[in-house]
Design a protein around this ligand. Structure first.
Ligand code: G1P
Length: 291
């Protein structure tokens, strides 16, 4: 199955990253020189997506500014002799079609995905949560291949310590193992109270959803906090046997918090071939400070 469209929910207020996010959307916090949003778009493009739908908020005008092509900036950078950077800037918003849709109020992840319905069209589509950065872009392609074979929805899962399960959607899986190690999802609970999680397998922020998920989302009742949970639509799909989980051990960084963002920046800069060696040298020479 060719995965053509990716949805990136980016309307959240970023309260875990205040005060920085008072003015700068968390999706634009840079990992070295590249906004988190760009890394996630690059991941979608690497998996074959040609169209990215960013679900934003009208208050986050910096996201529109980032995604809008700017001939003026490209020209100035080219005139200053930095041709490579000019080429890179010129590709933003051009090597992939980007549509921005707006979520009027923060009403949960399920509502954000539903806002993208008109822009997504008919086929399966990816959902990438931009406060998570994956160390490996092949995860999305693997999810798409399972979705193509089964015709269903696929979610990426990771094992976490039991104490962390209350921050996530937690799944239970059936025993049948598919060609790529996927197993049917038999149950999902969104952020279970401590001590009540049915397993330590949590949904990480990469999904390939079947188009039928939109109809299921329409039927989800809001949670007591007013949010429409994507997890509830997944549960409805799982009851029909149409949702599969793939357990992965891919590196995953939570860039929605200052510490996770810093760790992601350090790790990803160290892996870059252009600046990584100089960074490692500096880090290695840095004397530990006495406290
Ligand atoms: C969302 C989902 C949750 C999932 C998590 C992954 O929660 O609702 O099921 O496990 O993303 O990061 P959020 O982190 O947006 O509260």
């Amino acid at each position: 199955m060719a995965l053509r469209t990716a949805v990136i929910p980016a309307a959240g207020m970023g309260t875990r990253f205040l005060p920085a996010t008072k003015a700068v959307p968390k999706e634009l916090m840079p990992i070295f020189d590249t906004p988190v949003l760009q890394l996630v778009i690059d991941e979608a493009v690497a998996a074959g997506c040609e169209h990215v739908v960013v679900v934003s908020s009208r208050a986050k005008t910096a996201i529109d500014a980032y995604l809008a092509p700017s001939d003026d900036v490209v020209r100035r950078v080219r005139d200053s002799g930095r041709g490579d950077l000019a080429d890179r800037l010129a590709r933003l918003g051009r090597d992939v079609r980007v549509t921005v849709v707006y979520q009027d109020r923060p009403r949960g992840l399920g509502h954000a995905v539903a806002c993208a319905r008109g822009a997504v069209g008919d086929g399966h589509f990816a959902v990438l949560l931009p406060d998570e950065i994956m160390g490996d872009a092949s995860l999305l392609a693997d999810l798409a291949s399972v979705a193509g074979r089964t015709g269903g929805t696929t979610v990426a899962l990771k094992e976490v310590p039991m104490a962390e399960t209350s921050s996530y959607g937690v799944v239970t899986l059936g025993d049948r193992v598919g060609e790529r190690g996927e197993r049917p999802v038999t149950g999902v609970v969104e952020k279970p109270a401590p001590g009540t999680a049915p397993s330590n397998l949590v949904i990480i922020g990469r999904y390939v959803l079947a188009p039928s998920m939109f109809d299921l989302l329409d039927r989800v009742e809001p949670a007591p906090n007013g949010e429409i949970y994507l997890t509830e639509a997944l549960l409805a799909g799982a009851r029909d046997g149409n949702v599969f989980g793939m357990v992965t051990d891919v590196d995953r960084f939570d860039t929605g918090t200052p510490m996770g963002w810093l760790q992601a920046a350090i790790e990803l800069v160290a892996r870059r071939t252009d600046v990584g060696p100089a960074f490692d040298e500096w880090l290695g020479a840095r004397a530990p400070r006495g406290r």
